[in-house]
Ligand binder design. Structure first.
Ligand SMILES: Nc1ncnc2c1ncn2[C@@H]1O[C@H](COP(=O)(O)OP(=O)(O)OP(=O)(O)O)[C@@H](O)[C@H]1O
Length: 292
């Protein structure tokens, strides 16, 4: 991997709050154009990690660079290259989407011509004139993302982007995140929704009790830690009628393989499906706790 392609590099990051260790030696890296997911249950240390990487709090130990800038020594440069969306939706409800964004342009010295560009990026230009209070929560979230993109950051940080959203709104937000990634944006998001991470992220790190317990692509994690099973659909006779029944067999068990061969010989197998482990199952196995 070219060093220039590493957009986030965290090395042994640590953060104490009094005697409590919220983040305990976290190391990972994310490449340009990648969606990297930091996954873990409540209190795992996800938000604290993001707050350090975005220069909002100072680490108690360790180092990190974002887009090449040291998160402690080069905060001014850092702020120029990152966009951040935290959970609370602090938009002006009575103002239109456009005025909300123009207000931020004034604050950050960005030309107002940029507003239409970011509205296009989140596919809300047709709603530009409408007051925010008429927007769904998902649309509000996309306006927050648009606002974070005004100054053309290279790395976008999203803390629980679909928390509190209904499934349709959450899907819209995920679509926006995917499109931004396709345009080359590097995105670090936190989530406790394993399904969301599986759909979106090229790489994920599982975090629990302030420590990373696994870090890989969702596919590799599922292959390495998931159980290898298949679902066999059998045709059975019951009370003179034919019924279908699903049975789960382990791919790693010799006994189960013999069983499958027997069913095949008997001609009762209707279908065989591979049964991939979910990321949630892998998290529980690796971290020893539920992600949510
Ligand atoms: N300002 C603070 N003062 C004291 N303790 C804190 C502070 N911020 C976070 N913590 C503690 O640090 C730990 C990690 O919190 P953090 O918010 O990073 O977790 P999280 O993974 O983002 O959880 P959630 O999904 O609930 O937001 C928790 O035990 C939390 O109570």
């Amino acid at each position: 991997m070219e060093t220039a392609d590493i957009m986030i590099e965290a090395c042994e990051l640590q953060r104490m709050f009094g005697k409590k260790i919220a983040v305990n030696g976290v190391s990972f890296s994310a490449r340009r154009g990648e969606i990297f997911g930091l996954l873990g249950p409540n209190g795992a240390g996800k938000t604290t990690t993001i707050r350090m990487l975005t220069g909002q709090i100072i680490p108690s130990g360790g180092k990190a660079r974002v887009a090449g800038f040291d998160i402690v020594q080069q905060q001014r440069e850092l702020k120029r290259v990152i966009g951040v969306v935290f959970e609370d939706q602090n938009l002006y409800e009575r103002l239109s989407a456009r005025l909300n964004l123009e207000f931020s342009c004034n604050l950050y010295g960005v030309p107002k011509t940029r507003v239409d560009e970011v509205l296009d990026m989140v596919k809300l230009r047709d709603r530009a004139k409408d007051p925010i209070r008429t927007f769904s929560n998902g649309m509000k979230q996309r306006i927050m993302i648009a606002r974070a993109l005004l100054h053309q950051p290279q790395v976008l940080f999203l803390d629980e982007p679909s928390r509190g959203l209904d499934p349709i709104s959450a899907r819209e937000v995920r679509q926006t995140v995917k499109e931004l990634c396709q345009q080359g944006m590097t995105i670090l998001l936190t989530t406790h929704l394993m399904e969301e991470a599986d759909q979106l992220c090229q790489r994920v790190a599982f975090i629990n009790n302030g420590q990373i317990v696994a870090n890989d692509t969702p596919r590799h994690l599922k292959l390495a830690h998931g159980e290898h099973t298949m679902i066999v659909t059998l045709e059975c006779e019951a009370n003179g009628e034919t019924a279908l029944q699903d049975r789960v067999l382990s791919l790693d068990s010799a006994t189960d393989q013999v069983q499958l061969e027997t069913w095949m010989r008997e001609g009762v197998v209707r279908a065989v499906h591979s049964n991939e482990a979910s990321l949630e199952e892998v998290f529980i196995k690796v971290a020893g706790v539920r992600p949510a």
